[in-house]
Design a protein around this ligand. Sequence first.
Ligand code: AMP
Length: 429
Amino acid sequence: MTMTFDDLALAPAILKALAEAGYKTPTPIQAQSIPLLLQGRDLLGMAQTGTGKTASFALPLLHRLAANPRPAPKNGARVLVLAPTRELVSQIADGFEAFGSHLNFSVTTIFGGVSQFHQVNALQDGVDIIVAAPGRLLDLIEQGLCDLSNLEALVLDEADQMLDMGFAKPIEKIVAATPGERHTILFSATMPKSIAALVDSLLSDPAKVEIAPPSTTVDRIEQTVMFLDAEHKKAALLSLLSAPDVGQAVVFTLQKNIANEVCSHITEAGITAEALHGNKSQGQRERALEAFREGRARVLVATDIAARGIDVDTVTHVVNHDLPSLPEAYVHRIGRTGRAGRSGRAITLCDAEQRAWLHDVERTIGRALTVHENHEWHCEKARYSTARAPVLGGGPVKKIKEPKVRERKVWTEEEKAAARAAAMANRAN
Ligand code: AMP
């Protein structure tokens, strides 16, 4: 018999919100994680976005907060969720708000690139749930504006991505500001040694839940590769995007400048498109995502880091204009389609130079991509190329990292004084 949310013994107010959100049956990660988390177990979840992992921690945490009502601690929170990007932070907060819509909870987001003024204001009286990117949260802690000493539960979402983005130290410092006695949950799509070490240091006798390693979660996505010369990529891309079965597509490029070029090229051909990458301001990124979500843009052209966490269920196609230099990124990329049980298609454009990276991808996913050779640009030379992988930026190829943008707002003296006064007043209370 299929399990339902009722079987998971969640609070009626949560069940009502789930019904309104159209959730009927728990996904596998939810079915496995929720009972363990309701028992208060620490949890290590190996799952990527698209599996329903947000609800798998949000629902039991909301349930536990509702079952033990108490005021949120001043300048702090009862639950903290750390996530790597602003987009993911916002999505997780939206999830808590939706699932908790019939409960009386406050949720606030904390991330860089915007003034900290409102974030500090929101924290003053305490909030039940903070969803935060590590950099800005640590700033607030170090300024004495956020106090996590009464935290009950800590979630690290997409922990591997946070470490890749250089957040190991900030995470360590944030965790040090939380009580040792806490409920800790960690999700990661991959399990490199650095994550295993983090798990050992943060989680206490954790239950482990693994939802199909990435190579199999993407099984319902049809994956093909087109071999061609680099100079033909734009023409091939345009032809692919013009096919009648393409609803919405995400196009991945290796670098920000290529994303801009590709976006202009597509737009000039009359296809609505937006570019999303680390050089865009917070406002531009939000507007681009909104245009895509609302269908005003059919195509989103993105680099890897910027696209992490894009959660748009209507994406029918992912096109890799470039292979990623890290094979795991391929799995994350194609996971932008085939969401919420739908099928999807992922097409990779591979030139001779990037052939080596395709080998890495195929090794990682455990199979060769189906070759689509019936097109005018097919190039056997690229297919059988033995060229060494390109070297990015002149050094050894390790990771494509977008420079960390510390978009910090310069505070006015008045804002600083107001925040200080408010923090003092709170401390005095
Ligand atoms: P996530 O992995 O948390 O990013 O969720 C992926 C997508 O699946 C989101 O659009 C969710 O709204 C949707 N989703 C998650 N759990 C369920 C469920 N039990 N039933 C239907 N949709 C779900």
